[in-house]
Design a binder for this molecule. Structure first.
Ligand code: SF4
Length: 418
């Protein structure tokens, strides 16, 4: 495995309590046994061992996503010392980038000075207009957090930061209002994330008045036709993949997922959203204080995550948008019944959205270029027919047993119910 993006959990607790949070509110309780903050010994071991891994795999960049819980619960002096530990990696001609992902509530001018001095990019979580944001993004007393986040955002703006926003889809928001709201905030970029759920837990999404496909298509149309648009990463990625650029992120495309999570106790794990599959689901006994980075390949869950764009269920192998979709985001593929041997819960939505985006992009391109690039329009209905036609011809892949090894036994299921 070639790993060069690490989500570092510098704090395992949060100052707010969003109801959809996979860290605390979707069944995983392992945070309770994590140290509240990452320890210096863990950081030192991590820096030493990731350098060995980068040199061995000849990787020349390292992306550090500083995460929590809420990372700004960390003392400012500890944050600075955390960043400084990476100097040794830079001295070995490896480019290191830092992004801190925060809810923005604890931001102040001093934090901005630290970020500026150490070249830290900042991402803020906000789900849209106040009323809708405050449905789910609440503090520990249940009060909405919108006003505090906007205060933080303004502090960043006054300090000349080009902030990116992470936003979770909310089907209750009118797509026009959703887009206009973010546009009014004058942001550099917004990512519109699918709400995290899996086949065991997605009834609330299915019972909404609109579908994720329709909601995303409406937001896309508004964005695509806006001449002064800001960047929306999810749409950018789909367009780039359609045009043949193999960028891939862990929720789209078939590239390897070269991301690991470092927990505050030093645990090395697959993506944290997998916590929604059950209590302690991501735990694997591999720890940076006792293991080398290369040893993560011993974890079946990390292997499945790293190769999730390749270890696809048969339906995805039969699908004409497979290379763009990549079967969706691994946590969204899980069911107690089949493990990861499912397409994502958003399969139908992604098929509709990707075909819609492909056809919209093709409509804007000169005919000659479309011919040269080998692009052709594909309706959702045709895509379904292609899947139906191809499916019987696909042999059972060898890795299916590995995908299914994560299903829960009857006993585990009954314990969960109790
Ligand atoms: S659209 Fe559905 S079938 Fe096609 S690759 Fe994505 S998840 Fe698989």
């Amino acid at each position: 495995m070639r790993i060069n993006k690490i989500v570092v959990k510098v704090a395992s607790r949060c100052n707010i309590n969003c109801s959809y949070c996979y860290m605390y509110n979707l069944g995983d309780l392992s945070y309770k046994s994590q140290p509240k903050f990452i320890e210096e010994k863990t950081i030192k071991n991590f820096v030493k061992k990731i350098l060995i891994h980068l040199q061995k795999t000849k990787l020349s960049t390292l992306g550090i996503i500083i995460h929590g819980g809420e990372p700004l619960l960390m003392k400012k002096s500890d944050f600075v010392s955390f960043i400084k530990h990476f100097d040794i990696i830079k001295e070995n001609n490896i480019q290191v980038s830092f992004t801190v992902q925060t809810n923005g509530i604890l931001l102040d001018d001093e934090w901005c000075d630290i970020f500026k001095e150490h070249g830290v990019h900042v991402g803020i979580s906000l789900d849209g207009p106040k009323e809708e944001n405050d449905m789910y993004r609440v503090d520990k007393k249940g009060n909405g957090t919108y006003d505090d986040v906007i205060k933080g955002l303004n502090i960043l703006k006054n300090n000349n930061f080009n902030t990116g926003i992470l936003s979770v889809m909310n089907l209750n928001i009118n797509p026009d209002e959703y887009y206009d709201h973010f546009k009014s905030l004058e942001l550099k970029s917004v990512d519109v994330l699918l709400l995290d759920a899996n086949h065991d837990s997605h009834e609330s999404i299915l019972s909404s008045n609109t579908t994720p496909a329709q909601w995303y298509i409406d937001v896309f149309d508004k964005w695509f036709n806006d001449e002064q648009k800001f960047k929306i990463r999810f749409f950018d990625m789909i367009i780039k993949e359609i045009m043949g650029e193999k960028i891939g992120i862990d929720s789209l495309g078939v590239s390897e997922n070269n991301v690991l999570v470092l927990e505050t106790n030093g645990g090395l794990e697959a993506v944290d959203v997998l916590k929604l599959c059950g209590d302690s689901f991501t735990k694997n006994g591999i720890n940076i204080n006792t293991h080398e980075i290369d040893e993560v390949s011993k974890s079946d869950l990390i292997d499945v995550y790293y190769n999730s764009g390749k270890y696809l269920p048969k339906k995805c192998l039969a699908c004409p948008v497979q290379e763009i979709c990549g079967g969706g985001y691994l946590p969204h593929r899980y069911s107690s019944k089949n493990g990861f041997n499912n397409p994502t819960i958003y399969c139908d939505d992604l098929l509709r959205l990707i075909t819609h985006i492909q056809n919209s992009v093709i409509d804007t391109l000169p005919k000659e270029l479309v011919l040269r690039a080998g692009l052709s329009k594909l309706t959702y209905e045709n895509a379904l027919k292609i899947i139906d036609d191809n499916l019987p011809t696909i042999p059972e892949p060898k890795y299916i047993a590995k995908l299914e090894s994560f299903k829960k036994s009857k006993q585990e299921l009954s314990t969960n119910v109790l």
